[in-house]
Design a protein around this ligand. Structure first.
Ligand code: GLA
Length: 389
């Protein structure tokens, strides 16, 4: 279903559930990160794109004096959030992403109106495609629609990130919420996470496509590994006497190698290399130099696997299959994407070969892991939008 069809679907669900049509419909996309992994919280660069998978909400004002009801059309479950007081954490668990955003608006002095909401997400859960950021940014967009007051998209992304920190307990960087709020159709987003300066990099060459390969092995970022990696990066920066790893060159790291443990050194080596790879990849995309972008993607995966140690067997298997297909079979490059420990790979491929590559990866992955992969291609999609209202 495309976005318009999804909007019609969620509007129908709203009508069925609440007995009247919705007044507002809003959506925010998930994302795939082409390159620049675990660099955002190191003040580095990232190069994600929004994908044609969305969190969508249809809503209307509610007669309930001080509550928001959200009916999840996937799981047929309703969350009720009291807005008469500062919004706090609560049940069900998924409502915390929404609660965090509502609390963020309250902190900015915004009076949240009572609402009835129907919600639908086509971003796979736990797939590393930022289903949570999509939900957060979608909620923020709904508040904008319902209050008639838009906030700066950068502010919106930061508000959503804070929701993830405070209400979901994940000390994430800024990439996911930024791309969900600021993505543009047909473009990747090169984001400097230090200055928060963004550059839209056109990706409209019809001869290439991006494939998202979901290993269907769930990733769970609140497991502590993410926070541990973040702490190790901070330790490396401290030992090198700089604010963040963005300030360190590969040579400086080599000179300072003795100041840290071997593990912390390897973590830093990934980050410093990845920041460089990301700016080079952006140059490659600008020049439609796909073989170069592909090589950088493979190098990114190797560093995430060996130095940063956030890959897993299934992600490695996908990359190995992609490498075995090779340029001859239409694959330029492939890597794990997102936080890691499961979730998805992203592959840069020739459009002509999409079908054959999809078939080969699905077959070989099943043979080697016993698991069915889910594979789809996506054009770079637009960021959060108010579809109706
Ligand atoms: C998760 C986080 C992001 C980023 C990636 C790794 O998706 O939410 O902020 O750190 O992991 O690149």
């Amino acid at each position: 279903m495309n976005l318009q069809e999804l909007a019609a679907h969620v509007a129908a669900e709203f009508q069925k559930h609440y007995g009247r049509p919705p007044r507002w419909i809003v959506a925010a996309p998930g994302r795939v990160n082409v390159i620049g992994e675990h660099t955002d919280y190191n003040d580095g660069f990232v190069l994600p794109m929004a994908i044609e998978r969305y969190a969508i909400m249809a809503a209307d004002s509610s007669s309930a004096a001080s509550a928001i009801s959200i009916y999840d059309t996937n799981f047929k479950e309703t969350a009720t959030i009291d807005i008469s007081a500062p919004v706090t954490k609560g049940q069900p668990k998924w409502s915390n992403y929404i609660r965090g955003v509502l609390a963020g608006f309250q902190n900015r002095g915004v009076k949240i109106p009572a609402l009835d909401v129907a919600f639908l997400s086509t971003v796979p859960l736990g797939g590393g495609l930022s289903s949570s950021a999509a939900l957060e940014v979608c909620t923020a967009t709904l508040v904008e629609a319902a209050t008639g007051k838009q906030i700066d998209p950068v502010e919106k992304a930061l508000l959503a990130q804070k929701a993830e920190h405070d209400f979901a307990g994940v000390p994430c960087g800024i990439m996911d919420q930024f791309i969900s709020a600021l993505g543009r159709e047909g473009h990747l987003l090169l984001l400097d996470c230090r200055t928060r300066k963004t550059e839209l990099v056109p990706m409209s060459d019809p001869s290439v496509a991006l494939l998202v390969i979901n290993t269907n092995v769930k990733h769970e970022l609140s497991g502590g590994e993410y926070a541990e990696r973040r702490a190790q990066c901070e330790e490396a920066a401290r030992n090198l006497g700089v604010k963040s790893l963005r300030d360190v060159t590969a040579e400086q790291l080599e000179q300072g190698k003795g100041k840290m443990s071997e593990v912390v050194y390897r973590r830093a080596r990934h980050v410093i290399g990845e920041i460089e790879r990301t700016t080079h990849a952006a140059e490659g995309v600008r020049a439609s130099n796909w073989p170069t972008v592909g090589v950088l993607m493979y190098a990114s995966h190797a560093a995430l696997r060996d130095d940063y140690e956030v890959s897993c067997k299934e992600l490695d298997v996908v990359v190995e299959i992609a490498e075995s297909i090779g340029l001859k079979g239409g694959v330029y490059g492939c890597r794990m994407t997102g936080g890691g420990f499961g979730g998805c790979c992203v592959a840069l491929v020739k459009t002509d070969s999409v079908e054959a590559i999809t078939k080969k990866i699905a077959t070989d992955y099943k043979a080697r892991t016993g698991i069915d992969a889910t594979i789809f291609s996506s054009h770079p999609a637009a960021g959060a939008t108010i579809i109706k209202g």
